[in-house]
Ligand binder design. Structure first.
Ligand code: HEC
Length: 170
């Protein structure tokens, strides 16, 4: 009596594990659409291709850099050093991710990444508006040096004249 209960228990466990193993070996259907309104279709590879297309290349990194560059300028004008610190950090991040997507542009960006960003960070730490402005002029030239190196000299960056963002220090 006792041993037959054991046998049933063992058979049950073995069956359970066998079924579990078989079901986990079955291929998952990766063509199921995902996203709101199921916009993302195809197999996993196609979906990843679509997502990388939507993530875009270097242009979006530059749109972000352009915005943050302008914000950085006004932060310095305001003496809003915490905001300036935030913006230089995000410029570095946007550029780094952009270069990850477009490694062919990395060589031209080296002087900017290795010198201009650290110099700007130091100027912000000095919390001195005059130092900031001088460094900002060099920083701007460094943007344009990369634009020249990357054959887009018509993207001529100049120090902003008007604010866009509502962030300001009273
Ligand atoms: C790799 C070196 C490089 C550096 C450093 C760089 N840029 Fe660019 N920038 C480019 C390239 C290349 C483009 C053109 C983008 C494209 O063709 O995808 C561009 C385009 C732009 C655009 C136009 C984006 C658009 O699509 O409307 C702006 C704005 C811009 N850059 C601002 C800046 C500013 C401001 C700095 C400095 C803080 C800077 N860039 C530093 C290479 C660089």
């Amino acid at each position: 009596m006792h041993s037959s209960i054991h046998r049933i228990a063992i058979i049950f466990l073995v069956t359970f594990f066998a079924m579990y193993t078989i079901s986990s070996c079955q291929r998952v259907d990766d063509t199921e659409p995902v996203g709101s309104q199921d916009w993302l279709t195809g197999d996993t590879r196609q979906k990843l291709e679509t997502i990388t297309d939507h993530l875009r290349g270097f242009d979006m990194a530059m749109v972000e850099t352009g915005f943050r560059y302008s914000e950085l300028y006004w932060a310095g004008q305001d003496g809003n050093w915490d905001y300036a610190r935030y913006q230089i950090e995000k410029i570095a991040l946007a550029l780094d991710r952009g270069l990850e997507r477009r490694p062919a542009r990395a060589a031209s960006a080296q002087p900017f990444v290795n010198y201009s960003i650290p110099e700007m960070e130091e100027a912000i730490e000095a919390e001195d508006q005059e130092v900031f402005l001088q460094t900002f002029e060099l920083f701007t030239r460094s943007c344009n040096a990369c634009h020249a190196a990357e054959s887009v000299p018509h993207f001529n960056v100049k120090i902003p004249e008007a604010r866009q963002s509502p962030i300001r220090l009273d």
